[in-house]
Design a protein around this ligand. Structure first.
Ligand SMILES: NC(=O)c1ccc[n+]([C@@H]2O[C@H](COP(=O)([O-])OP(=O)(O)OC[C@H]3O[C@@H](n4cnc5c(N)ncnc54)[C@H](OP(=O)(O)O)[C@@H]3O)[C@@H](O)[C@H]2O)c1
Length: 310
């Protein structure tokens, strides 16, 4: 089968041996679509020794898990895998799989795993949001667009902060071009870092919660105790997805079902065949793609393949 292999010259598609299930709890999935996450760019830069990238996949089960724990062959699924997902086939532990209803395309499903789970879990980490004022930074990105929608769905009044004015991601969301002009906020979901985290701290209500999940700006943030004057009791909580390995399939199923119900929308900023991986990675790296998720398909788009057979 073909798979993306990262070399010192960059990622290339190579013929390699087909995967085998590492244990009775793993199913084999034929990948039909995968998406790119910002964090994978850093890994591609670091792991040039034939590392095989890819975390977000959607496709069709071709071999069920031997222990009978997962879906049958022919079932369309999405999954968050540890790696090697940018391949024609990948072995997946069944507790990382979610089953796709007919109305959800593999392209939509491939946009969900890492960004959607990060959004769902950071919103949960913030606590009950009914009636709370929530600021989402990086709101035009893959994670931010889901955070805005999930916080709105949880009953919060959401301010979406994006460097690109005009981004819109939820029915109650406002889009503003400067977080420091707003607040106080009970909760901030913060993924930009640097001056944006400083501004978030200046806008947090006393006793409020800032969930820190990323540094898209690449900037460090100097913070000291005096920054909390006027924001007494405010706390910063870190979120790192690798520290949350449990219930991935269950939470992914929640996201898939919300999409099927029309209560969560995926923004596919760019969809292309995986033969375009290198130029798409270049555009993604240079932020030339509009906000949302970039998705690559294997074997053609699902409209051509036929959705249920995708
Ligand atoms: N902790 C975890 O487990 C975890 C999991 C997934 C992702 N992450 C992190 O979360 C962040 C968001 O991920 P993503 O996949 O959503 O990335 P993304 O699609 O690239 O979105 C990042 C957003 O941040 C904004 N941004 C970038 N640089 C900025 C700057 N200098 N100033 C202000 N805004 C800036 C951009 O907004 P505009 O469009 O407005 O410019 C962009 O839409 C990344 O840092 C990623 O590494 C963490």
């Amino acid at each position: 089968m073909k798979s993306v292999v990262n070399t010192p010259q960059g990622p290339v598609v190579r013929e390699i041996a087909e995967p085998v299930a590492a244990g009775p709890h793993e199913a084999l999935v034929a990948v039909r679509a995968f998406s790119i996450n910002r964090g994978e760019l850093a890994l591609l830069k670091m792991r040039t020794d034939h590392w095989r990238p890819g975390q977000d996949i959607a496709g069709v089960v071709v071999e069920a898990a031997a222990d009978g724990s997962g879906p049958a062959p022919g079932t369309r699924v999405a999954a968050l895998v540890e790696g090697a997902g940018w391949s024609e086939q990948v072995a997946v532990p069944t507790d990382r799989l979610a089953v796709l209803p007919d109305t959800v395309t593999v392209e939509q499903a491939a946009a969900l795993p890492l960004a959607g789970l990060t959004a769902l879990r950071t919103v949960r980490l913030a606590g009950a949001l009914l009636g709370r004022r929530v600021l989402v930074t990086g709101a035009n990105g893959g994670v931010g667009r889901f955070q805005v929608q999930l916080a709105v769905a949880s009953g919060a009044t959401v301010t979406a902060y994006s460097a690109q004015a005009g981004a819109q991601a939820g029915s109650q969301a406002q889009t503003q071009d400067g977080a420091q002009e707003f607040g106080p906020f009970d909760v901030v979901l913060e993924s930009v870092g640097g001056a944006t985290l400083t501004a978030a701290l200046a806008a947090i209500a006393p006793g409020g919660t800032i969930v820190v999940l990323g540094t898209s700006s690449g900037e460090k943030t100097p913070i000291d105790i005096y920054d909390f004057i006027g924001h007494e009791g405010a706390r910063l909580i870190s979120y790192l997805s690798y520290a949350q390995p449990d219930a991935i399939g269950q939470d992914l199923q929640t996201l898939v079902d919300l999409v099927a119900a029309g209560r969560l929308h995926t923004t596919l900023s760019h969809v292309a065949d995986w033969s375009d991986l290198v130029p798409v990675l270049d555009d993604f790296r240079a932020r030339r793609l509009p906000g949302g998720k970039a998705v690559l398909t294997i074997g053609g788009p699902s409209e051509i393949r036929g959705r249920t057979a995708a």
